[in-house]
Design a protein around this ligand. Structure first.
Ligand code: 13P
Length: 255
């Protein structure tokens, strides 16, 4: 059985004081979702603060953290990038890769997203590799073909499953729109992705690999989405900014 993972993607939100306030509330409420693994993807300068604060608060729950993006080289003349070594040094155990906003606004490709995801594993972290179709792609019946294309460079670069590798299916039309995929749409895409993982990395990897759903996940819809057989967690944007709604989503996990 795959243990569910509830991840918050804070995007370009939260300053130092807001981060501390969030953690203080989270630390006071961990009995609500004691068994589920929770991850925060924060702006890189917040990562050391999250680590320090969580220690100071007595590390009362299963909280992990990591960057929203990282580079595949350890060091060099790569202005504006984040070294995977530094990310790891800051206590990161997960890293996001290929988020649709990186793809849409910053030129991320299937190829570079795959390199970033695999760099996380090369430097001791686990990737959450994001993918998903646009509304036009869904409307023209291309969803599954797009998901396959998005995975191709990843499977070409990694012949075997990296231990603990995670996917996040995030239909672009559901991100920040309030319009969630239906349970059936999520399950269908997740099952298809698991099939791709099986083809590329084998049955054992497919059974172990966690596939999170992202796109307007809220406390009100989390339980049903997380109950789907192939939905192994959530990647939450807006609703992860409030610690109580993040916790309510975490409390909806199925194990
Ligand atoms: P929302 O939950 O705000 O739709 O964002 C989803 C997302 O992009 C998480 O990575």
């Amino acid at each position: 059985m795959r243990a569910q993972l509830i991840a918050g993607n804070w995007k370009l939100y939260k300053n130092l004081a807001e981060t501390k306030a969030f953690l203080a509330v989270l630390a006071g409420q961990t009995q609500q979702a004691p068994q589920v693994e929770q991850v925060l993807f924060a702006q890189a300068p917040l990562l050391p603060l999250i680590g320090e604060e969580w220690q100071r608060l007595g590390a009362p729950g299963r909280l992990a953290w990591g960057p929203q993006n990282l580079y595949w080289e350890e060091k060099g003349a790569f202005t504006g990038e984040l070294s995977p070594v530094l990310a790891r040094e800051l206590g990161s155990t997960y890293a996001l890769a290929g988020h649709s906003e990186r793809r849409q606004f910053f030129g991320e490709t299937n190829e570079t997203a795959a390199r970033r995801a695999l760099a996380a594993h090369a430097f001791g972290m686990k990737a959450v590799f994001c993918l998903g179709e646009s509304l036009a792609e869904r409307d023209s019946g291309r969803t599954m073909a797009v998901l396959k294309e998005q995975c191709q460079p990843l499977f070409a670069q990694a012949r075997e499953a990296p231990e603990g590798f995670c996917f996040a299916y995030e239909p672009v039309w559901a991100i920040g729109t309030g319009r969630t995929a239906t349970n059936a749409q999520a399950q269908e895409a997740h099952a298809f992705l698991r099939g791709l993982v099986q083809e590329a990395w084998g049955a054992e990897a497919a059974a172990k690999t966690r596939i999170l759903y992202g796109g307007s996940v809220k406390p009100e819809n989390a339980k049903e989405l997380l109950a789907q057989a192939d939905v192994d967690g959530a990647l939450v944007g807006g609703a992860s900014l409030d610690p109580l709604s993040f916790l309510a989503i975490a409390a909806a996990h199925k194990g």
